[in-house]
Design a protein around this ligand. Structure first.
Ligand code: HEM
Length: 495
């Protein structure tokens, strides 16, 4: 432990200092956690005075302060873990593409989510990551991906009906974030569990409670050995985890039973079925085998990674569209021209260029995953820098997305037209889904889902922002509107 907690971090600090990378002085064991917490509590104490998008100083006040004091590259300490902030996009690209196998999730990150999503794809490293990625990636490509569109349309229709019913009963204002969270949870539950999806929803409800508990892990786990204390926090986490896994095992067992008694020849076409079929093939050629724990971790990972992020993309986009009605008109006009009265289909999605531009601009201004952490597992040469083994690299996606140097003077304005030319979308400055081999495996799924939901909503309703909306973005793992997004909805037939 003395090597982990003292010798290795000091070695890293010395190597970085020699290369001119410095930072705020860390305190014994807590590092700069208290400085970060105090800066953040001041910057987020009040709501924003107006609906503006200049939010970096609010959400990353420590980044603003330390980059001004120590330069673009600086080191700060998350407890005993040193982190280097990196904003140079060339170096980021090199790290995420060339060194994807020599970097990954740190021990602290893995500990924080151990009882929540375990070692599913998001938290796996090395060979485990490689094999898991190759098993699940086909579920999010080509025709398989398109086959989920039906779930997306059905679930969205249900949401639209419930909005229409509420309007018929006199309701005009809606907290759209709540609707989006329920909708994306429904969709991912169907994608993972198909006919067992009601039980899936029950599991995911418990998982959300577990997620909120685990989000507080930095406060509880920075102290060496704290995960072994029989504290109330640790006990609560363990009991919820057991309940989630008991319910998951019930679904898995019933699928296995169906195959074993010959009632079905396959475990199903959903994500769970695909993983169980893969497990049945036993060991893949390289000696990696999926066991039930990995399958359960994968189910939890896909729920966590796949619904909150997409719900936030949808919620922030609705906020932006509600405050910019001309863009609603543009999208509606294009929808009308493309569909010409017939229902929306998957083939239309790539032609919805206006909607595409708005979604990109929303992901730029309000990236749900606003930070990307990566730890170097070996000494790495990155541009002119030697990154020593054990150093965590911290990529502030939000700051890069709002940089005037990159995006110009209007970097903090909502201007979807900047995505009219393809260069930004594919470029290295825009990374809402990360980049390189370890990018978001669900990117295609998320974008298809977002386009279907937004297109269906915009065709049915027009909306404006409610006077009750309070603009107060906050980062709690992902970037959220603190009080939700209240909008005023009107059915288009009323206009
Ligand atoms: C707007 C929605 C989404 C955003 C902004 C987003 C963003 C990201 C980002 C930034 C990463 C890299 C995280 C890291 O390495 O630290 C990631 C990874 C991942 N995402 Fe997404 N994601 C979204 C939707 C989805 C969906 C819908 C799914 C699944 C259905 C999904 C599944 C995953 C998984 C499994 C990983 C880990 C990939 C790996 O490490 O190989 N995501 N996502």
């Amino acid at each position: 432990s003395i090597i982990c907690y003292w010798v290795s971090p000091r070695r890293i600090q010395k190597i970085m200092e020699k290369q001119g990378v410095r930072g705020p002085k860390p305190r014994f064991l807590v590092g700069n956690i208290l400085d970060t917490a105090s800066l953040l509590s001041k910057s987020t104490a009040n709501d924003c005075r107006s609906i503006h998008h200049d939010i970096v100083s609010r959400l990353l006040p420590h980044y603003i302060l330390w980059s001004k004091t120590y330069g673009k590259r600086f080191i700060f300490w998350n407890g005993v873990e040193p982190r280097m902030c990196l904003t140079e996009t060339e170096l980021i690209k090199e790290l995420l593409s060339k060194y994807s196998s020599l970097s990954g999730k740190s021990w602290l990150q893995q500990q924080g989510s151990k009882h929540f999503i375990g070692r599913g794809l998001l938290m796996a490293n090395g060979d485990d990551w490689y094999h898991q990625r190759h098993i699940v990636a086909p579920a999010f490509m080509g025709d398989k991906l398109k086959s989920y569109a039906g779930y997306m349309v059905d679930c969205t229709k249900q949401m639209l009906t419930s909005l229409e019913n509420a309007i018929a009963n006199g309701q005009t204002e809606f907290e759209i974030g709540d609707y989006m969270t329920r909708l994306t949870a429904d969709i991912i539950s169907r994608t993972e569990f198909d006919t067992n999806y009601e039980k899936g929803k029950q599991i995911f409800h418990l998982l959300t409670v577990l997620q909120n508990l685990c989000a507080r892990s930095t406060r509880h786990l920075w102290f060496p050995g704290s995960r072994f204390f029989p504290s109330k926090y640790n006990r609560e986490i363990k009991s919820l985890k057991s309940e989630v896994e008991r319910l998951l095992m019930e679904i898995i067992q019933s699928r296995k039973d169906c195959v074993e008694i010959g009632r079905s020849s396959s475990h199903g076409n959903d994500l769970l079925g695909m993983l169980l079929n893969e497990m049945q093939k036993k060991k893949s050629g390289n000696g990696f085998s999926l066991n039930l724990q990995v399958i359960m971790d994968e189910c939890k990972t896909f729920f966590f990674a796949g619904h909150d992020t997409t719900a936030l993309l949808l919620t922030w986009t609705m906020m932006l569209l509600a405050t910019n009605p001309p863009w609603q008109h543009k999208i509606r006009a294009q929808l009308k021209q493309l569909c010409n009265g017939s229902p929306l289909c998957v083939e239309h999605l790539s032609k919805l260029t206006q909607l595409n531009m708005v979604i990109n601009e929303s992901l730029r201004l309000y990236p749900p995953a606003s930070l990307l952490p990566r730890m170097a597992f070996e000494d790495i040469k990155l541009g002119d820098l030697l990154i020593p083994k054990g150093l965590s690299i911290w990529i502030p996606v939000l700051a890069i997305h709002h940089s005037q140097e990159i995006w110009g003077k209007d970097a903090n304005e909502f201007n979807p037209n900047r995505f009219a030319s393809k260069s930004y979308a594919a470029g290295r400055h825009f990374m809402p889904f990360a980049a390189g081999p370890r990018n978001c495996v669900g990117q295609g799924f998320a974008l298809m889902e977002a386009k279907i939901i937004l297109a269906m909503l915009i065709s049915k309703f027009s909306f404006t922002i409610s006077p009750n909306y309070r603009h107060a973005p906050l980062v709690v793992l992902t970037m959220k509107p603190k009080y939700g997004v209240q909008i005023l909805l009107k059915p288009l037939s009323d206009l």
